[in-house]
Design a protein around this ligand. Structure first.
Ligand code: ADP
Length: 630
């Protein structure tokens, strides 16, 4: 061994200068020479190793195998034959194992066999390889799609795609490699995000965008892409790394949420979100702002109670109790809402409990029920009006029936006197047979005529009642000559005149045509004129005065009769009422009542002034608007 050392001092000198470790062992596996580099790998001094068995450098677990291996090697190998033995493990003095690469060179010196082992510490390489493998595996098993493109090749083709990219896109690696990434866009090229990517790649910058991409089966997915350029030492971009993230679910949720938020915000119903413990408004929608007149900023932080004038804190909490106790999901209150300008409107407040994160909130939806209220009010008013009309119709019906019954009994009484007068006069007329008795006959005939007229008037009044009971549509407005009507009424009334009574015909009516219901004007005038005749003594004057304006006709009937006692005057238009000073005179008490009803229906009026034993003036006013007859 010393011989080898001695003879090979030149070798040692040389071997210390090279970067590999050199160990020379003899057939007995003893280390006969070792260079500085190898000593450094194993952490020993030369003295500690020379003459030692090679085993000292072999980890225990490999010692046995190694010995067999080396023995076999000495036997079989020939001088000069080089054997590369890969990836063995050495053991440092500290006991630490490390990977090493060994090339074995057998040689012969002074007829002895040796083996020269060239040793390389590859722990750093192995470490690097392991870490590289780890990284590759990590990239390949990442959830994000990863592609690497070669920026130096034409059209920047993909040279690497990980498994997630295959999974997201549905394409296999062979379909992906050597293509530009744009195939993911299909025909959907006109996207803002795509434009951003193009610009970034052109300028060699990083970017992050959200784009619509399409899987192999044509389905759309939202891709969050971030692109980063990789530069070499010279600053030239050699690659781009693209990281893809399928955010379809997030985008869909976002779209859904945005849609719901839009509905919330744009709803015209007022929606408020309240903090449950203090009832402060944390959010309000557009409808709430519009209807209340407050801005969102003004509403935020304000207590809802500021908008509900009919509630204080205690009352509102009491109302909310069922939803706090969870005995009810929702409660509805009808109340008033006070706008910013102080005006109030009726609302329905729907309240329900909800959660925002961990906090309890109250969702409050307010409906403006002004329309509903108005509708209900209108409905109630209509029902009330209809009920009133029905009651009126019913009482009119009852009244009419009573009237008819009363009238029949009254008429049967009222008819008796005129009929017996007619009978008497007719009997007497038959008895006056001589020519000279003509004057007497005439007197009786006049009585007969007057009584028939009287009966006729009663019947007319009766028939007229039915007419106004049935309503306005039975009136017939026409243009007629007033003088013609007055002439007929006066002509008929003349027959009723008592001795010395005179009717003063009105002036300036000859050319007067008026637009009214002719029959009612005639009926009213007849009634007033007959009453004046009936309730005035002989030798008195009855004056008829007419004034006609553009739209009013005024007819006055003035008599010098018994008048109406003051205490009876307020009842004079009531049906069947008769003043106490006429009870011995024939009459029914319905004439004035009928006249008033008709005149009122036609938009006119009837009034009177009277003094007992001096006379009475009745005034009729009719509207005579020509347009009503057009
Ligand atoms: P009647 O058939 O009793 O005349 P009316 O309805 O025509 O019924 O009149 C009602 C009452 O008004 C009469 O009973 C009478 O008391 C009073 N009256 C009406 N016109 C006159 C008049 N010109 N002078 C005095 N009293 C009158």
């Amino acid at each position: 061994m010393r011989k080898f050392e001695k003879d090979s001092s030149v070798f040692r000198l040389l071997s210390d200068a090279i970067s590999e470790g050199i160990i020379v062992v003899n057939r007995e596996h003893e280390i006969v020479s070792i260079n500085g580099r190898a000593l450094k790998f194993f952490g020993y001094t030369r003295e500690e190793l020379i003459g030692q068995s090679l085993n000292i450098l072999i980890p225990n677990r490999f010692k046995k195998v190694h010995k067999e291996h080396t023995t076999k090697y000495f036997k079989s190998s020939k001088t000069g034959e080089m054997v590369e033995d890969r990836c063995l493990f050495g053991q440092r003095k500290s006991g630490e194992e490390f990977p090493l690469k060994v090339d074995l060179h057998p040689f012969e010196l002074y007829e002895r066999n040796y083996v020269l082992a060239l040793v390389r510490d590859i722990s750093q390489e192995v470490e690097f390889q392991q870490s590289f493998n780890l990284q590759t595996e990590a990239i390949d098993s990442a959830h994000n799609g990863i592609v690497i493109t070669d920026a130096l090749l034409p059209d920047n083709p993909i040279i690497y795609a990980n498994r997630a990219f295959e999974k997201i896109t549905g394409y296999s690696r062979s379909e992906i490699l050597n293509r530009n990434c744009r195939f993911l866009q299909n025909q959907d090229r006109n996207q803002e995000g795509v434009q951003v990517m193009r610009n970034a790649i052109k300028k060699g910058e990083s970017c992050q965008v959200e784009v619509r991409n399409y899987r192999k089966d044509g389905t759309l997915f939202w891709n969050e892409v971030s692109i980063n350029p990789i530069k070499n030492e010279d600053g030239i971009i050699t690659h781009f790394i693209g990281i893809q993230n399928d955010i379809t679910l997030r985008v869909n949720i976002e779209q859904e949420v945005n849609y719901l938020v839009r509905i919330f915000n744009e709803s015209l119903n007022e929606i408020y979100v309240l903090e449950a413990d203090n009832l402060k408004i944390s959010h309000a929608n557009f409808g709430a702002c519009i209807n209340s007149g407050y801005t969102l900023e003004e509403l935020r932080g304000k207590s809802l109670l500021a908008l509900l004038p009919q509630y204080n804190k205690a009352k509102f909490h009491k109302a909310l109790e069922p939803i706090f106790r969870r005995s009810r999901e929702k409660i509805i209150l009808e109340t008033l809402l006070k706008r910013k300008d102080g005006s109030e409107y009726p609302v329905e407040v729907h309240l329900q409990s909800s959660k925002k994160g961990d906090n309890r909130v109250i969702i409050c939806i307010i409906l403006d029920i002004t329309e509903k209220r108005n509708y209900m009010d209108r409905l109630e008013a209509t029902v009330e009006e209809r009920t009133r009309q029905l009651q009126e119709a019913l009482s009119r019906e009852i009244e009419l029936n009573e009237l008819k019954t009363k009238f029949l009994s009254m008429v049967s009484h009222e008819f008796k006197t005129p009929l017996s007068a007619i009978l008497t006069s007719a009997t007497l007329v038959g008895k006056y047979q001589e020519t000279e008795s003509q004057e007497k006959r005439n007197r009786h005939l006049k009585t007969i005529k007057r009584e028939v007229k009287h009966l006729n008037n009663i019947l007319n009044d009766f028939l007229s009642i039915e007419r106004f009971e049935k309503g306005k549509e039975l009136y017939n407005l026409t243009k007629f000559s007033l003088s013609k009507v007055i002439n007929e009424v006066v002509y008929n009334a003349n027959m009723m005149l008592k001795s010395g009574q005179r009717i003063n015909y009105p002036k300036d009516v000859d050319d007067l045509t008026v637009c009214q219901d002719e029959k009612i004007v005639s009926l009213a005038l007849t009634n007033l004129l007959y009453n004046s005749i009936k309730y005035s003594p002989e030798d008195t004057l009855i004056d008829i005065q007419v004034t006609a304006g553009d739209d009013m006709l005024v007819i006055k009937v003035i008599d010098e009769g018994i008048g109406i006692p003051e205490k009876d005057q307020r009842f004079i238009f009531e049906r069947y009422f008769r003043a106490e000073n006429v009870l011995l005179t024939q009459g029914t008490g319905i004439g004035l009542n009928i006249v008033k009803s008709h005149v009122d229906n036609l938009g006119g009026s009837i009034s009177f002034s009277s003094r007992e034993n001096e006379g009475t003036t009745f005034t009729l006013v009719f509207p005579i608007d020509d347009k009503a007859c057009a």
